[in-house]
Ligand binder design. Structure first.
Ligand code: HEC
Ligand code: HEC
Ligand code: HEC
Ligand code: HEC
Length: 362
């Protein structure tokens, strides 16, 4: 009879340990996609299994083609239509049905309306929804340099829920008041926002609400006259971690790592992102903050601030929201600016065309 090795032999233990150790790694195959010139190391790495798992999350809902814009207008038929008055009644109703599917599929029309009187303003959700219609139109008409022809609808952020999955509040970084530790700038409290690193955990308040300088490359050789510091660079890295994880990409998606600060020779996505930063900031300042008094207390943050948006609110882990599905083409009513007259719009478009390119702005 041949001698069996004991069950807990060293060889078995080592192989068991290595299985346990490697279970944290990604099992091959992974796909790498060349993203810049050969030899520059600008490669994006994807795992096909993860992509497959996430496919459903990034699927746009089916939509019916838009209705003809004829017949009586909503503004003539209904009592209290302040923004969507120039839509035909058919188109208006179609949008109400879609908004319900995008925001409150379980709650229905009553999430925003008193069913006994649709014109009433009693629910805060209706007031918010009206502002959101204007915000969506504004994104699609004035931020084409970011959202292109793809555009956004309510679904881009909401995905069938009243509160979008990815929102942020200003972090309370002095929860115990003044103490001897001083201002830690939210460091060493690992947060998902910055990929569980020890970087400042709220890079949004300075950059996506405030207008703090993101660029950190010193422009003089000596520290005198040079505001750039390691502390400031850490805030910037916090934002960069957020941007990478929101889009599901590596730093090289936007940077040629030979020189992170350089624009020439880098991918065009860096310029798109530059506009995305300005867009997110403007939406938070012009649409979300003014709603502070409209939202009830249970929807607000620890410091009483309103929920705000960042790159993840729309992107949710994809390089383009919904992998670039162009929902806007089926919802032209969300792609027009109903708040401005034609001559004002023309003047605005001319101004935008002449706006300074990001490279020129230091
Ligand atoms: C996410 C919020 C929301 C949901 C859900 C919603 N609505 Fe509305 N509804 C609004 C807003 C905002 C207005 C006002 C639009 C404006 O001022 O241009 C409005 C206005 C209306 C009006 C005009 C009332 C009047 O006389 O002024 C009707 C009718 C209406 N909605 C029907 C519906 C129906 C039917 C549903 C369900 C299929 C529905 N709505 C779901 C937000 C919503
Ligand atoms: C760019 C992202 C974005 C888009 C596009 C967007 N929303 Fe919102 N919406 C938000 C954020 C952020 C909040 C704040 C979350 C909260 O309620 O605390 C919000 C809140 C709301 C609320 C309040 C929900 C609640 O229960 O408090 C309603 C209603 C709403 N949105 C309707 C709409 C409608 C209708 C559209 C399309 C016309 C739309 N939104 C498009 C980001 C977006
Ligand atoms: C989605 C695009 C994108 C991704 C991904 C990205 N960045 Fe950036 N990065 C930018 C943009 C745009 C700027 C310039 C911001 C501005 O000027 O407003 C910038 C600026 C920087 C700067 C400041 C450079 C200077 O001019 O001083 C550094 C450093 C940086 N990024 C590092 C990183 C690192 C490290 C990563 C990966 C963790 C990363 N970035 C991922 C788009 C990106
Ligand atoms: C209001 C929703 C919204 C927000 C907020 C948003 N994006 Fe986007 N982004 C889009 C849409 C829609 C597209 C697709 C545009 C197209 O198809 O041309 C896009 C495209 C991009 C692209 C181009 C991808 C490619 O491969 O061409 C980059 C890069 C990007 N966004 C970065 C960002 C960053 C960084 C932020 C935050 C600072 C941000 N976005 C915030 C909606 C948004």
């Amino acid at each position: 009879m041949s001698k069996q090795p004991p069950f807990f032999s060293a060889a078995r233990l080592i192989s068991l340990a290595s299985v346990l150790l490697l279970s944290g790694c990604e099992r091959p195959p992974v796909v790498s996609v060349q993203h810049g010139y050969a030899g520059t190391g600008m490669v994006q790495v994807y795992n096909p299994r993860t992509l497959e798992q996430q496919a459903d999350q990034h699927k746009a809902p089916e939509s019916t083609p838009p209705l003809p814009d004829d017949g009586p207008k909503a503004g003539q038929v209904y009592q209290n239509v302040q923004v969507l008055g120039d839509l035909s009644v058919g188109q208006f109703t179609r949008l109400m049905v879609n908004m319900t599917a995008w925001i409150a599929p379980e709650q229905g029309c009553a999430y925003c309306h008193n069913p006994a009187n649709m014109a009433e303003e009693g629910k805060y959700t209706k007031t918010v929804a009206r502002k959101m219609v204007q915000m969506t139109q504004h994104i699609n008409t004035d931020w084409k340099n970011h959202v292109g022809q793809t555009g956004v609808t309510c679904y881009t952020c909401h995905r069938g829920q009243p509160v979008p999955k990815e929102i942020w509040f200003t972090a309370n970084n002095a929860p115990r008041g003044a103490n001897f530790i001083g201002d830690t700038a939210g460091q060493n409290g690992p947060a998902q926002t910055v990929g569980l690193s020890s970087l400042p955990n709220d890079p949004f308040t300075p950059f996506l609400l405030g207008k703090e300088q993101i660029r950190v490359n010193g422009n003089t050789a000596l520290p005198s006259g040079n505001r750039q510091s390691i502390k400031q660079a850490e805030w910037t890295y916090g934002l960069m971690m957020h941007m990478s994880s929101s889009l599901g990409v590596n730093c090289t998606y936007c940077h040629n790592t030979r020189n992170m600060a350089q624009w020439e020779g880098g991918p065009p996505q860096k310029v798109t992102s530059w506009h995305g930063i300005r867009m997110s900031r403007e939406l938070n300042l012009s649409y979300m903050e003014p709603l502070t008094d409209v939202f009830p207390a249970h929807r607000k943050g620890e410091l009483g601030d309103v929920a705000k948006l960042n790159c993840a609110t729309c992107h949710q882990g994809a390089f383009k929201p919904l992998y670039g599905a162009a929902m806007l083409k089926d919802h032209p009513e969300l792609g027009r600016d109903t708040t401005l007259s034609a001559p004002v719009k023309a003047a605005k478009a001319a101004l935008q065309a002449s706006a300074a390119a990001p490279v020129a702005q230091r």
